[in-house]
Design a protein around this ligand. Structure first.
Ligand SMILES: Cc1cc2nc3c(=O)[nH]c(=O)nc-3n(C[C@H](O)[C@H](O)[C@H](O)COP(=O)(O)O)c2cc1C
Length: 203
C-alpha cells in the first residue's frame, strides 16, 4: 500500500482513457482476473441489479462487453440505457468506477469478436438463452452436444441473441488505497462533447 509520502507526489494522466489504460496494463501484470468488473443497471422504475462481466476493450472512448439479449441486464438496458461499471484490482489497491450511457454494438463488431472465441464457447453461447429457467442441466448439455454435432466441419453462426454493448462514460473515478485510509481519488467529469475536468476528492 502506498505511504503518505508516496501518495504526496502521486499523479494521474490528464486523459482519463490513458489513465485507465495505464492502470489496466498494470493490473494485467499483477491480478488474477484483471478484466472482471461489476456492471450495475436499473429498470425504468429504478430497481437496481449488479453482476460481474468481462471487460473486452476500450475503443474510441467506449468500454465494451458482450452478453446475451435474453438476459435481465439487456432487458434493463433496453428500458434504461444507463449503467455503472466498477473494477477492483486487489494487488494494486486500485478501483476504477465508470458511469455513462450504454449503446448496443454494431452487428459486424459482435460477429467479428464472436468468430474469434474458442469453438466450445461459441457452442455454449449458441445454445444458451441466458436467464431462462431450465428443466434440468441435462437439457442444456444435450443441446450443447447437439449443436457441436449439427455444425461439425462448419462454423457455428453467431446467434441473434448474442450481442455487445459499449459504455460511453460521462464520469470516471480512479481510487487508490493509501496508508491509514488516506486514500487518493481522482474524478474525471465530461464537460461538453470532448473535454474532461479532473478533481481530486477526499477519501
Ligand atoms: C468473473 C465473471 C465474468 C463474467 N463474464 C460475463 C460476460 O462477459 N458476459 C455475460 O453475459 N456474463 C458473464 N458472467 C455471468 C454474469 O455475472 C451473469 O450471471 C449473467 O450475465 C446474467 O446476468 P443478468 O441476469 O444480470 O443479466 C460472468 C460472471 C463472472 C463471475
Amino acid at each position: 500500500m502506498p505511504t503518505i509520502k508516496e501518495l504526496k507526489c502521486y499523479s494521474i494522466d490528464h486523459c482519463p482513457f490513458k489513465s485507465f489504460q495505464n492502470w489496466f496494463e498494470e493490473a494485467l501484470t499483477k491480478e488474477e482476473n484483471p478484466s472482471a468488473f461489476s456492471l450495475a443497471t436499473a429498470t425504468s422504475q429504478g430497481v437496481p441489479s449488479v453482476r460481474f462481466l468481462l471487460f473486452k476493450g476500450l475503443e474510441n472512448g467506449k468500454f465494451a462487453f458482450f452478453t446475451n439479449r435474453t438476459s435481465s441486464k439487456s432487458k434493463c438496458l433496453s428500458e434504461n440505457p444507463f449503467a455503472a461499471m466498477a473494477f477492483y484490482w486487489h494487488k494494486s489497491g486500485k478501483q476504477v468506477r465508470i458511469s455513462g450511457k450504454v449503446e448496443e454494438m454494431n452487428r459486424e463488431l459482435v460477429k467479428d469478436y464472436c468468430s474469434k472465441r474458442p469453438r466450445l464457447s461459441q457452442a455454449a453461447t449458441y445454445v444458451s438463452r441466458q436467464g431462462q429457467k431450465l428443466e434440468s442441466r441435462d437439457e442444456l448439455i444435450k443441446s450443447f452436444e447437439q449443436c457441436l454435432q449439427n455444425f461439425e466441419g462448419k462454423s457455428i453462426p453467431v446467434p441473434n441473441h448474442w450481442t455487445g454493448y459499449s459504455v460511453i462514460p460521462h464520469e470516471i473515478e480512479f481510487f487508490i488505497y493509501g496508508e491509514h485510509r488516506l486514500n487518493d481519488r481522482f474524478l474525471f467529469e465530461k464537460k461538453g462533447t470532448e473535454s474532461w475536468e479532473v478533481s481530486r476528492l477526499a477519501p
